[in-house]
Design a protein around this ligand. Structure first.
Ligand code: FES
Length: 272
C-alpha cells in the first residue's frame, strides 16, 4: 500500500470514528431524557425530540453533528441563523438555533452561511466621508424601507433605522444603532433590496471607531508606558511564577465593580 493510500485509509477511519462518538453520546442522552417528545421537521425529515430543547440541541438529539452553524451556543457569535415555519402559518420565521426552543411540527432549516455581498477595501485609505460607504455599497439606496430587516433581527436592532442613517451619511448613528449586531445575516436573508446590512454596519463601526470617535488619551498613555518597558519587570515576575501562585493571584485580584465610576482606581496602584 502506498503512503498516499495509507493516509487516505487512516483519514477515512478517523472520520468514521468521529462520526460514531457523538451518535453514541446522543443515544445515551436519549435514554436519560424523560421530557415529553414532540415532532419537528429538520430539512423536511420528521424527528421526535424532547420539548424545551433549543433548535440546536434538538438537531443534535436527532443525530446531527454540527460542524458549521454552531459557535458560542450563547447567542453572541451569530453562527446559527435558522429559518422555520409553523403549521398553518404562511410566514417564514427566523431565529438563532442556540436560542429558540422547538415547537411542535416546526419545519426547520439552518443557514450556516449566507452568501451576502461584502465589499473589499483597504481600510487605511478610507476616510469618514459618507461617500466611502456609498461607493462600496451603492445598493444601500435599493432599500425600500419595508422594515423586514428589523423584524428579522434576533438582537432587536432597529436595522432599517440604521440603514436610513447610513443613507443620510450618518455613519456614527449607524454604528451606534448597530452596536449589538452579531453578524448572523438574518436581516439580509429577508431583504427585498438585496442589502447586506450587517456588512455595511461593520464598515460603519470600523470607520466610526477609527476616524470619528476621539482617541482615548488614557489608552494612548498606557500603550506608551508598555512600549517604554514600565511593566517589563512585573511581566517577568508573572512569567516565572508557579501555576498555583498564578491561580492564587488571579483569584485574589481586585475586580472593578460593575457600577464603578470613570475615576475608579484599584487599591493596588503598583501596576498603573
Ligand atoms: S451559536 Fe453563537 S449565536 Fe448561536
Amino acid at each position: 500500500m502506498s503512503a498516499k493510500e495509507r493516509k487516505k485509509k487512516s483519514t477515512a477511519a478517523a472520520v468514521k470514528d468521529r462520526a460514531k462518538k457523538p451518535a453514541a453520546t446522543a443515544v445515551k442522552e436519549k435514554r436519560q431524557i424523560t421530557a415529553k417528545l414532540i415532532p419537528i421537521y429538520i430539512m423536511g425529515k420528521r424527528y421526535e425530540v424532547p420539548e424545551g430543547l433549543t433548535i440546536m440541541k434538538a438537531m443534535e438529539y436527532a443525530g446531527y453533528i454540527l460542524i458549521r452553524g454552531c459557535g458560542c451556543r450563547g447567542g453572541t457569535c451569530g453562527a446559527c441563523g435558522t429559518v422555520y415555519r409553523k403549521p398553518g402559518d404562511y410566514k417564514l420565521q427566523v431565529a438563532l438555533a442556540c436560542q429558540k426552543t422547538v415547537e411542535p411540527d416546526m419545519y426547520i432549516a439552518q443557514i450556516p452561511f449566507f452568501p451576502a455581498n461584502r465589499a473589499t477595501y483597504d481600510f487605511a485609505g478610507l476616510t469618514a466621508a459618507p461617500e466611502e460607504v456609498f461607493k462600496l455599497y451603492p445598493e444601500l439606496f435599493r432599500c425600500v424601507a419595508c422594515n423586514s430587516c428589523t423584524k428579522a433581527c434576533p438582537q432587536g436592532i432597529e436595522v432599517m433605522d440604521a440603514i436610513s442613517a447610513l443613507k443620510q451619511g450618518n455613519i456614527a448613528g449607524a454604528a451606534q444603532l448597530s452596536f449589538d449586531c452579531i453578524q448572523c445575516g438574518l436581516c439580509t436573508s429577508r431583504c427585498f433590496g438585496e442589502l447586506a446590512q450587517y456588512h455595511m454596519f461593520q464598515l460603519a463601526r470600523r470607520i466610526y471607531s477609527a476616524r470619528i470617535v476621539p482617541r482615548a488619551e488614557h489608552l494612548a498613555e498606557m500603550v506608551r508606558a508598555v512600549n517604554e518597558g514600565r511593566y517589563d519587570r512585573f511581566l517577568d515576575e508573572l512569567k516565572q511564577a508557579k501555576e498555583d501562585d498564578l491561580k492564587k493571584l488571579y483569584e485574589e485580584r481586585e475586580v472593578e465593580p460593575m457600577a464603578a465610576g470613570e475615576d475608579w482606581k484599584p487599591k493596588e496602584t503598583r501596576y498603573l
